[in-house]
Ligand binder design. Structure first.
Ligand SMILES: [Mg+2]
Length: 166
């Protein structure tokens, strides 16, 4: 049985998610988390490297959508230069936002991939919607007790992922 909390792939960062890889695994649409997946919390907009990377993915024919539990202002500002279909206050780990993206892209869930940095929100909402999930390392881990606690809880699922790959 598939464990909803175990990522399908783990990478260092978003730049490991290349158009070539996506095509290889049959992906035609992406659902992307913003905070700590694409940019740190403190960064309102994408830098040049990220912008070029996302454009490269787009120009290979892969659709991009955004889902964030952050507010409208944050998402709107980040998305201003892209104009992607985006959901703010997305309510992850609910799968509703992911299902919304799948419908918007007019794809089957097998053709969609979620990329995020958190197991209990991103990975869970993706798997609940029946889409595969890549978890990347958070760009700038928040240094507070609650965040460290969440990271500790994630560890067993990362271990399962690593063991499965052996
Ligand atoms: Mg995040």
């Amino acid at each position: 049985m598939k464990n909803n909390l175990v990522p399908d792939i783990m990478f260092d960062n978003i730049y490991d998610v290349t158009p070539e890889l996506l095509k290889d695994i049959g992906i035609r649409g992406l659902v992307l988390d913003i905070d700590n997946t694409l940019v740190p919390y403190s960064e309102p907009i994408a830098n040049r490297k990220l912008t070029e990377h996302l454009r490269k993915i787009e120009s290979s024919g892969i659709q991009i959508t955004l889902v964030s539990n952050n507010n409208l202002e944050r998402v709107k500002k980040f998305n201003d230069c892209f104009g992607y279909y985006a959901q703010h206050n997305a309510g992850k780990p609910s799968s509703r936002c992911v299902r919304g993206c799948i419908t918007h892209m007019k794809l089957n869930r097998e053709e969609v991939l979620f990329v995020g940095d958190q197991i209990f929100t991103d990975c869970l909402s993706a798997h609940r919607a029946g889409v595969r999930c890549i978890i990347v390392k958070p760009i700038q881990p928040k240094e507070n007790l609650f965040f460290n606690f969440k990271r500790t809880l994630e560890k067993p699922f990362i271990t399962i992922y690593k063991n499965k790959r052996r």
